[in-house]
Ligand binder design. Sequence first.
Ligand SMILES: C[S@@+](CC[C@H](N)C(=O)[O-])C[C@H]1O[C@@H](n2cnc3c(N)ncnc32)[C@H](O)[C@@H]1O
Length: 279
Amino acid sequence: MRYLFFVILLGISMNSYGETTFKTFVKDVFNRSAELYGMDCCNYFNDIGKRLTDEITLKANDCVLDLATGTGAALLPLAKRERGASFIGIDICVNMVKRAILASDALSLTNVRFQLMDAENLEFADESFDVVTCSLGLFFFPEIEKALSEIYRVLKPSGTFVISLFDKPDQEHTMLALSIAKELGAIEEDEAIPLDEDKADCYMLSAGFTKLRSTPYVAQQKFPCPSTFIESFYGHGLRHVLDQLSEDGVLALKNKLIARIGPGPILEYYPVIYLSYRK
Ligand SMILES: C[S@@+](CC[C@H](N)C(=O)[O-])C[C@H]1O[C@@H](n2cnc3c(N)ncnc32)[C@H](O)[C@@H]1O
């Protein structure tokens, strides 16, 4: 069961990984991409995170937990909007947590703290939170049922859980780049089935949640040329594809992409779906 879903945008499946190894792999990739994550090269993550906050209504004194918080793309705009509520962001990558703390300090937020923590082993008491959020993180958890049972445990009765997932259609240029990377031997598989709404619903219902709503959204980012598009992979989970290639290999990837689509700007669309559930 736990190996059923594949991780889109990593270009790999968990079939060939044990849970610990896969988790270590994910941690390593995001620790290395943290410096560039959400910066100009891939700022669509911030847009997707900020848009998630539209799905959330809070009362004064509510407590919010953001899982796989990264640099705080979803948590920070919400904490800025809701000064009366308190927020905790957790992530498994120390470099992400460091960046989130810096960003929070830069905004002088006093209602936020961050902790290094695995979403599958939450170090919080039962019924601690009114809202739990997780933007673009759920598909990285090898034992999704374990994470969901932890989320259920730490939510107060009738608390809400809001997530975002990548959605169909696939990201056109990203998928093309991945198929070229496969030709170049950087990855073994290019078949990538995301954790979609139906699968997420199944997991959530099994964990005891009730579905509230789903809201589609399409983020986008314009890249000046195919080279900058490929280089943007250094700032997120696809970094590992470039790290498998030599300098010449990365150049070959860029040139092959240019040969397929030309040297001009790339407009990439990132369809996502926001899903809300109630305990
Ligand atoms: C695509 S990023 C999303 C970050 C942020 N939520 C956002 O919307 O920009 C995925 C994040 O999941 C984190 N992550 C992966 N597995 C995790 C786990 N088991 N527990 C906590 N965080 C995890 C990674 O470190 C990374 O920061």
